[in-house]
Ligand binder design. Sequence first.
Ligand code: A2P
Length: 272
Amino acid sequence: MADAKKTNPNAPTSETVLAVKHFTDKTFSFSITRPPSFRFRSGEFIMIGLMGEVRGKVKPILRAYSIASPSWDEKLDFYSIKVDDGPLTSMLQHIKEGDKVLLGRKPVGTLICDAVVEGKRLFLFSTGTGIAPFASLIRDPEAYEKYGEIILTHTCREVGELAYGYEIVENARKDPLLLDILGEDFGKRLHHIPTVTREDFTLKGRITDLMESGELFEHMPGGAFDPKHDRAMICGSMDMTMDTKALMEKFGLEEGSVSRPNTFVIEKAFVG
Ligand code: A2P
């Protein structure tokens, strides 16, 4: 008889770390190889992990991570917090080029263009590492074909935490594939609105407060929120997600899902 030991078709694959970049003492990004058979939609998340010891046994420690690169990219990018006593991120923050990382096989998630009907403006509201799925979406041509303007807001406690957002927006605006498909001027349709809550900054405050006061809309084309034409995706902590969702509903938007697309969708940011 053939060897009875079967390989589990759902078991994570082992991928190689291609690059690591530390942004602050609390955040870092990394890229890994992408298996040729790995398919996903820009904005989805996947399980990522390392082998680690749990109660004396070595086994995979996996957490959900938004994929921060677009679906057409050859590699997979991620953006992570570092939690010193976090089961996964306490180890993951030390990975180096050439190390192995476990990658799940089933990407899922609601922050995808298929779940939000077309419109004139697409707001991408993020806090902290909740910006990761939007790093994927702002480099996907489909987003610019479906929505006229893309407005990425990123709110952090401190100015230093905004660095990743500046980098992904700059990279998106000069992305050769986007320039080729969408033309030289597409970058003007991508708006980046960083805000800070606990230090002085040009735009200070929570995104919810800045919308309620109307201050946010003074800084952008199209003015105040209009549920007929505006669409939104939300990714942050549970509190931020719930408060921003309530505000969207107050503005007249309706929550959608992959099976029932509508005018906005949510996903809470994952903490590794
Ligand atoms: P704040 O400094 O006023 O708490 P956190 O690290 O706690 O997830 O916060 C990241 C950013 O999200 C911070 O700038 C924080 O503002 C903001 N934030 C936290 N909770 C909410 C909320 N309920 N609504 C909007 N923004 C929030």
